[in-house]
Design a protein around this ligand. Structure first.
Ligand code: GDP
Length: 241
């Protein structure tokens, strides 16, 4: 067997994974539906990855940046839509599910209860839900509402992966420390995926790695000579709530 220099296989695999992720996210991404109650939830169709985070964490901006689209977040930020579970079909192989932001400072008890019920209803028995991407603002860190959601995810036995957002606001030297603190915070929860993503929608940092990670969950992967006309678009940071 020919010998391979140490590390060469790893970097070849990593490059292939990045390319697969890039190709997947150049595929068409269409809004399927927004859901407010359990009864409206669509039948499981594709593997799903759901995105959750406190309101203002940068979820819409990250979804825009990942998919190179401005309209995606516009759809979810349409008044009313932020309280829905929004489904987006990506390339016919993966469903991106945008969960309503939680921990909104001015939310009343009723609203919080409604959010919890909708999320619990969604999580319960959602056999095709492969992962929840839990967004954490790098500056704010993991807070009480995030732990509450992780408890919910633990109970539902759903694997979740933390993605730090807005890392451009941090000094480069601080990122390792933030990762370590975050890893420690989530270590007391059972179902956390060990890889912590670090992203900035504003600077487009960490998007390749995130796409590569999510692409491993797709049903079937795009072939290398597929359409790739969807070049880097302008950055569309969503307006805050
Ligand atoms: P959502 O409520 O979680 O959907 O958050 P948004 O995507 O609407 O973003 C909330 C605020 O954070 C907006 O003012 C965005 O412009 C800002 N924001 C989002 N992503 C980034 C980022 O990567 N870097 C910086 N500096 N600001 C961001």
């Amino acid at each position: 067997m020919p010998e391979t220099p140490a590390g060469e296989d790893d970097s070849t695999n990593a490059a292939a994974a990045i390319e697969t992720g890039r190709l997947l996210f150049t595929q068409e991404c269409e809004f399927v539906m927004g859901v407010r109650t359990e009864a409206e939830l669509p039948q499981p169709e594709l593997s799903e990855i759901a995105f959750a985070g406190r309101s203002n964490v940068g979820k819409s901006s990250l979804l825009n940046a990942l998919t190179n689209r401005k309209t995606l977040a516009r759809t979810s930020n349409t008044p009313g839509r932020t309280r829905e579970v929004n489904f987006f079909r990506l390339g016919g192989t993966l469903m991106l599910v945008d969960l309503p932001g939680y921990g909104y400072a001015r939310a009343g008890k009723e609203e919080i209860a409604r959010w919890n019920k909708l999320i619990e209803d969604y999580l319960r028995g959602r056999v095709n839900l492969r992962r929840v991407c839990l967004l954490i603002d790098a500056r704010r860190g993991v807070g009480a509402p995030d732990h509450a959601v992780m408890d919910l995810l633990d109970k539902a036995a759903v694997v979740y992966q933390v993605a730090l957002t807005k890392i451009d606001k941090e000094k480069p030297g601080d990122l390792d420390k933030i990762r370590q603190t975050t890893a420690k915070e989530i270590s007391r929860h059972g179902a956390a995926h060990p890889e912590i993503l670090a992203t900035s929608a504003a600077k487009r940092w960490g998007l390749d790695e995130a796409r590569a990670s999510f692409a491993t969950l797709a049903e079937s992967l795009p072939v290398a000579d597929g359409p790739a006309e969807n070049g880097p678009a302008e950055i569309a940071l969503a307006d805050g709530e």
